[in-house]
Design a protein around this ligand. Structure first.
Ligand code: SF4
Ligand code: SF4
Ligand code: FES
Length: 301
């Protein structure tokens, strides 16, 4: 059905001329760019041209897509070297008169053609302690729900716009150029997820130690490349990573906080308090599944 709608729309548009597309073809064993020359029509996006290519010249070309509306996050690729959604990249925004390259995401293992294995990201997601709201107050129990100030709600809401396209993960040099960092670096998408939870007005889990010790927040050197490619315009660096870094620094190096932790540790010696701690500590960190392709079991292995 979706294919039919696309075909009708594309057929009804006027032809603007031929384009040369250099599309990466191959699999985990190797591959290279293959040149295709085909027509492009007014108003088309790169995904339209890829679909025409599949319909006319390359029926076995593998690519992921679903919504064609910038919402499912599945058509991520590298277009002229830049990570972008194929369904949201208009042909007219690309330089005319020169070939357009379409390649799979470089940071993830190739499955076939434009399709990569992004399971690394789901393994990282498992390591983030989930939402852990505080108990309701007596007033809230009576009212039947939590009460939150709108300003507090909005702070974490920005990060809920994420469509998990993983373009930010792909562009981040910490993993793009260093496969070995995948076990120790969560990546921008998951810093945004941690920020969403850390800034949630109800959540009581403290994720700062995990961010510092297991998720490599300190390895981010704030280049802002992730923010630049985000199709949802989430200010990953300014609104997620930098505030998280500040929180981690406060928790780790602030002498007042250090003294506070010392005192707190002593007062938490009782069994009752130990039980209270378990309410806020969240599940233990899960290490990535070594069987997942592209994830070494430890740095240096
Ligand atoms: S700002 Fe940090 S997380 Fe974002 S791309 Fe740069 S190094 Fe990676
Ligand atoms: S934060 Fe933006 S770039 Fe990263 S996965 Fe989410 S939507 Fe994509
Ligand atoms: S097809 Fe859904 S984001 Fe492109």
């Amino acid at each position: 059905m979706a294919d039919e709608i696309v075909r009708q729309y594309v057929d009804s548009a006027s032809t603007t001329g031929n384009v040369t597309m250099n599309v990466w073809r191959g699999d985990a064993g190797g591959g290279g760019f293959v040149e295709y020359e085909l027509e492009a029509k007014e108003g088309e996006v790169v995904l339209d041209v890829i679909h025409r290519m599949q319909a006319t010249q390359a029926p076995d070309l593998a690519c992921r897509w679903n919504c064609k509306a910038g919402k499912c996050g599945s058509c991520s690729a590298e277009i002229n070297g830049k990570p972008a959604l194929m369904c949201m990249t208009r042909m007219e925004t690309l330089p005319t008169g020169e070939p357009i390259t379409v390649a799979p995401l470089k940071a993830f293992p190739i499955i076939r053609d434009l399709v990569t294995d992004v399971s690394y990201n789901y393994e990282v997601a498992k390591r983030i302690p989930s939402f852990n709201p505080r108990p309701k107050t007596t007033d809230e129990l009576k009212a039947g729900g939590y009460r939150m100030a709108q300003i507090d709600v909005e702070r974490s809401q920005e990060f809920r716009k994420c469509i998990e396209c993983f373009l930010c993960q792909d562009v981040c040099h910490v993993i793009r150029d260093h496969e070995e960092n995948k076990t120790t670096f969560a990546g921008p998408r998951f810093f945004a997820r941690s920020a969403e939870l850390e800034m949630h007005p109800l959540d009581v889990t403290d994720r700062r130690a995990i961010l510092r010790e297991e998720q490599g927040l300190g390895m981010c050197n704030i280049t802002k490349c992730c923010t630049e490619v985000c199709p949802e315009h989430i200010k990953i660096t300014d609104n997620a990573i930098i505030p998280l870094k500040e929180r981690v620094v406060d928790a780790s190096y602030d002498p007042v906080a250090w003294l506070g932790r010392k005192i707190l540790r002593r007062t938490k010696a009782s069994a009752a308090e130990a039980q209270a701690t378990s309410l806020v500590s969240g599940p233990p960190a899960v290490q990535p599944d070594a069987a997942v392709r592209g994830i070494p079991t430890a740095v240096g292995e």
